[in-house]
Ligand binder design. Structure first.
Ligand code: DGL
Length: 268
């Protein structure tokens, strides 16, 4: 496999652009091909079967685009479809999810004792973070809370205002999250409200920025595989399964710069 090939990244929508942005900043020479499944957004309320089906179709699309590595930039798809994607792609392309690098970080860095996790209903229902963290460090306590209003709220541009403050306060004051020392943002939309969450905890709780941890992990894997791209990059490509001007407008919030979305039907 050639190091000049692109990195494939996908999400249920445009939230995964936070992960794409972190990879773009850490590895500016890499070409990215992003697929946002905006036609089926949100994944957080869908069945496991639907999420697996969509993820495998997107995996095939990125395989056909000759990606050298696939990043599942969605916690919900990482929770429910990672193993299916690994089985499907076999040893043709390495697949990275957004959960394992964060679990590794929580277990091996810092001094965490009671960890909170917030994410979509589907992610929290799998209890995947608690299972994986406790398998490695049984003494750690992990408390998970579904926060389904946060992703649509952010997507509608409601953050850093009184509405987002009220919703965030209402979720984070749950007794489940009492006395946590760290909080995993287990949804790719949440980096956009990280500062509001930090303010809620008055900086006394470590807020885990999963996008940056995943970007570091992508760099490590590409280095191990001798697949880091060292020359001038080609232009990134951004595909969506349903296009609206509102999606395109929101991309700047998530990616940090204006990008052009291309409509792509991969279902027929
Ligand atoms: N991107 C999804 C995640 O990280 C959140 C949005 C959705 O429900 O599709 O879990």
């Amino acid at each position: 496999m050639s190091s000049t090939l692109p990195i494939g990244i996908f999400d249920s929508g445009i939230g995964g652009l936070t992960v794409a942005s972190a990879i773009h900043h850490l590895l500016p020479k890499e070409e990215l091909i992003y697929f946002g499944d905006t036609a089926h957004l949100p994944y957080g309320d869908k069945s496991a079967e639907a999420i697996k089906y969509f993820s495998l179709k997107i995996g095939k699309f990125l395989l056909d685009k000759q990606c050298k590595l696939i990043v599942i930039a969605c916690n919900t798809a990482s929770s429910l479809a990672y193993q299916d994607l690994v089985d499907f792609l076999g040893d043709r392309i390495p697949v990275i999810n957004v959960i394992d690098p964060v679990v590794d970080y929580m277990v091996n860095h810092g001094n965490h004792r009671k960890i909170g996790v917030i994410g979509t209903k589907a992610t929290i229902k799998t209890d995947v973070y608690a299972k994986k963290i406790k398998a490695l460090s049984p003494e750690l306590e992990v408390k998970s809370l579904p926060t389904p209003l946060l992703a649509p709220m952010i997507e509608e541009g409601f953050f850093s205002n009184t509405i987002s403050k009220t919703v965030i306060n209402s979720y984070l004051s749950s007794p489940k999250l009492k006395n946590i020392d760290s909080l995993i943002l287990a949804c790719t939309h949440y980096p956009l409200i990280k500062s509001e969450i930090e303010a809620y905890y008055q900086n006394k709780v470590e807020i885990i920025n999963t996008a940056e941890i995943v970007a570091q992990y992508v760099k490590k894997r590409l280095t191990e595989l001798d697949l880091l791209h060292l020359d001038q990059p080609k232009r990134h490509q951004f595909y969506v399964s349903d296009y609206t001007p509102s999606f395109e407008k929101s991309t700047k919030l998530f990616f940090g710069e204006k990008i052009h979305l291309k409509l792509k039907n991969i279902w027929s």
